[in-house]
Design a protein. Structure first.
Lengths: 197, 65
């Protein structure tokens, strides 16, 4: 009784390709901005989580690897991880780190700092990544942003895979900052909607 | 015989939609992006959604009639 697969059920290929491209040319990391703005725009304009519910390739990747390939213990996620404190706390932490990354990018843009060709994993470990850098047509800052943004994407993928293995395949979705943020936007929209009627 | 139906703990739902994808009856929707809503008329209590839910917040409850 399985429904026919839709085109968007294959978006995990896009997510996977994105991660792989970052190993070859870091500038591709810029494309990741799409999975930042699309979910936010859908939530803000349409007031739903269609991005999570249908299009998110990262979620599909976890379902596939954890579900179909069975790389998951399929245990319940600990209670504290699904609490609002943790989910909102992680969202705030994630954004704080994001702004630090933007700040570092800015410092390279204005020449205070020189380009660092490293990918920072889990906000701590600096991995040498110079082999994916072949120069940029633009300012060094544009390349710094690519390294920074790819660090964010790789970090969340690693965390996602970790909780996929430990708990259920899509455990990442419980504390995913994008998921939490789009849900908050939808909540806010619904309050204003119900006030109108 | 009492039938069991899927019930979502609304306040804990993260609206990820994992449950929607596995439901054989298409009984689940997340209309406003806040929580999953289960159509009790369509639900056959198979429990697939409960197993899939990453937050483990769907339970099968006995409903009246
Ligand atoms: S919660 Fe995050 S990873 Fe999960 S579907 Fe939504 S955006 Fe994708
Ligand atoms: S118990 Fe089965 S039929 Fe009912 S909502 Fe869940 S997946 Fe659908
Ligand atoms: S899978 Fe669980 S957390 Fe996700 S939308 Fe369904 S009930 Fe909510």
């Amino acid at each position: 009784m399985k429904e026919k697969k839709k085109w968007y059920d294959y978006l995990w290929i896009v997510s996977l390709t994105y991660l792989i491209l970052g190993f070859f040319n870091i500038l591709f990391a810029w494309l990741g901005l799409l999975c930042f703005f699309i979910p936010l725009l859908i939530a803000a304009i349409k007031g739903n989580k269609a991005y999570c519910n249908k299009y998110c390739g990262r979620g599909q990747l976890f379902s596939l690897v954890g579900g179909r390939f069975g790389l998951s213990r399929k245990k319940d996620i600990p209670k504290w991880m699904k609490s609002k404190y943790f989910r909102y706390g992680f969202l705030i932490f994630f954004f704080a780190m994001f702004f630090v990354m933007l700040w570092n990018t800015w410092l390279v843009f204005d020449g205070t700092r020189t380009l660092s060709t490293a990918v920072t994993l889990l906000w701590t470990f600096k991995l040498p990544w110079h082999w994916a850098y072949h120069g940029t047509l633009f300012s060094d800052g544009a390349a710094q942003f690519a390294f920074g943004f790819y660090s964010v994407m790789l970090t969340s993928t690693v965390l996602g895979f970790l909780t996929m293995v430990l708990f259920k395949p899509r455990s990442w979705c419980v504390y995913c900052p994008m998921g939490t943020m789009t849900q908050l936007i939808c909540k806010a929209k619904n309050v204003t909607l119900s006030q109108k009627h | 015989m009492a039938k069991r139906k899927a019930t979502v703990s609304i306040s804990e739902c993260v609206a990820c939609g994992c449950c929607i994808k596995v439901c054989p009856r298409n009984a689940i929707a997340i209309p406003n992006g806040v929580y999953a809503n289960i159509d009790k008329e369509l639900c056959i209590g198979c429990g697939k959604c409960a197993k899939e839910c990453p937050a483990s917040i769907i339970t099968l409850e006995v409903t009246e009639a």
